[in-house]
Design a protein around this ligand. Structure first.
Ligand code: ZN
Length: 345
C-alpha cells in the first residue's frame, strides 16, 4: 500500500460537499467477531402471495401486476410527489415561509419477478436491462417540460428501512432541482473558474493515478471508494466519458456501467456473506433544458454497515451539525473489497 495513506487519524476535505470528514480509524483497531447466523440473509420464496410487487398480485388500489418476466415499472401507489398533488402556492413578505405544490412523478421499478432475488444475484445481462430501463426513463422525463430533476434510487435492506424485500428501486421526477445536484453544479462551476479544469475529471484522474481505492473497472466505467468517503464501504461509479445524465450513454457505456456496478454489489455480498444493504442513487444533472457541460453523472452507493451487524448511526456530529466522523479509512476498506475474488455467473 502507498505509505501516503497509512495515517489513521486525520481529516479530509470533501470537495463535492464542501465539508470536512474526520477519520479516527485508530479507535477501530480492536478485532471483531460475529455470528453469521444472527444476520438475516436474502432467503425466502421466489413468490410471495402477499407481496404487492410480485407478478399477477393485486396492488393497494386494485391494479393487478402483469405476469412480468423482466423489468416492470409502474406509478407508485403511494407517491411522495404527484401530478395530482394539491395545488398550493404562497409565501410571506420575506420569502421566508414559502410553499408550493409537491408536483412530480413517482415510479417503482421491479428488477425481476423473483421475490427473493437481489440485483447482485441476477445474471449480468439482466442488470444491464435494468440500466437500459434507467436510461429510457431518464430520456422520457428529459422530454417532459414539467420535470427538472430525476432521482433514481434503491434502498436495499431492512437496515435502511425497506418494508418490502422484493428487489426494486424508485424514481422521483420533480419540478425542483435536488439539493446535491444543485451543489454539484455550484462546486463544478467554481472549480472550473478557479482552475480551468473539470472537478469530476480531476477526481477520476486522482483516483486512477492512486489506484489503491479502485474496486472495479472496465473500458467504460470505474468504481472506487473515494478519498473523502463518509461511509466505510461508500463507492462512486463513474462512466469514464463525461455525461451529464444517463440519456446520452451508448449501449456499450450502459453495459459497461452496469457491469462495474454488478461487480461492486457482488463483492458487497461477499464481505460478510450477507445480502449487503445499501442506498444507491443515480446522480444526474437537471433535465430542465439547460446545458450542464461541467456535470459528470455517477452512481453512488452508501452502505450503512461498518462491521457485521454494526450500523453507522448518524448522531451528534452528523445529525447535530452536519460533519461526518468515520472510524475506518477508505484505503483499508478498498483493500477488503479488492481482495474479494468473484467467480463467473
Ligand atoms: Zn414479491
Amino acid at each position: 500500500m502507498d505509505t501516503t495513506y497509512v495515517n489513521k487519524w486525520e481529516k479530509r476535505w470533501h470537495p463535492l460537499r464542501e465539508e470536512w470528514v474526520v477519520y479516527a480509524a485508530h479507535r477501530n483497531s480492536r478485532p471483531w467477531s460475529f455470528d453469521k447466523n444472527s444476520i438475516q440473509t436474502n432467503t425466502g420464496e421466489i413468490y410471495d402471495p402477499t407481496c404487492y410487487l410480485c407478478p399477477a398480485n393485486k396492488r393497494v388500489h386494485g391494479d393487478v401486476n402483469p405476469n412480468y418476466t423482466g423489468v416492470f415499472i409502474f406509478d407508485n401507489d403511494h407517491p411522495v410527489v404527484g401530478i395530482n398533488a394539491p395545488k398550493v402556492h404562497s409565501h410571506d413578505d420575506d420569502f421566508l415561509y414559502v410553499k408550493e405544490t409537491a408536483y412530480g412523478v413517482a415510479k417503482v421499478v421491479c428488477y425481476h419477478p423473483h421475490h427473493n432475488t437481489s440485483l447482485s444475484q441476477l445474471p449480468g445481462k439482466m442488470v444491464a436491462d435494468v440500466f437500459y430501463a434507467f436510461r429510457a426513463e431518464t430520456t422520457l422525463f428529459k422530454n417532459d417540460p414539467t420535470i427538472k430533476s430525476i432521482l433514481i434510487f434503491e434502498n436495499k435492506g431492512k437496515e435502511v428501512g425497506v418494508s418490502n424485500p422484493h428487489p426494486h428501486c424508485q424514481i422521483y421526477a420533480t419540478d425542483f432541482i435536488f439539493k446535491f445536484v444543485d451543489q454539484h453544479i455550484k462546486v463544478s462551476n467554481d472549480f472550473k473558474r478557479k482552475t480551468g479544469k473539470n472537478i469530476f475529471e480531476q477526481i477520476l484522474k486522482k483516483e486512477m493515478d492512486d489506484g489503491i481505492r479502485i474496486i472495479a473497472e472496465n473500458n467504460f466505467a470505474v468504481a472506487f471508494i473515494p478519498y473523502f468517503a463518509r461511509y466505510a464501504y461508500e463507492v462512486m461509479i463513474f462512466p469514464k466519458k463525461r455525461h451529464a445524465d444517463l440519456s446520452t450513454l451508448s449501449d456499450d457505456e450502459i453495459e459497461g456501467l452496469a457491469s462495474v456496478f454488478h461487480t461492486v454489489i457482488r463483492k458487497y455480498d461477499l464481505i460478510y456473506q450477507i445480502s449487503f444493504p445499501y442506498v444507491m442513487s443515480v446522480v444526474q444533472a437537471p433535465v430542465d433544458g439547460d446545458s450542464y457541460q461541467e456535470f459528470h453523472m455517477y452512481l453512488w452507493l452508501q452502505p450503512p454497515l461498518r462491521q457485521p451487524g454494526l450500523i453507522k448511526y448518524l448522531a451528534g456530529p452528523e445529525i447535530g451539525i452536519g460533519n461526518f466522523m468515520a472510524d475506518t479509512m477508505p484505503e483499508e476498506k478498498a483493500q477488503e473489497l479488492k481482495n474479494i475474488i468473484l467467480s463467473e455467473i
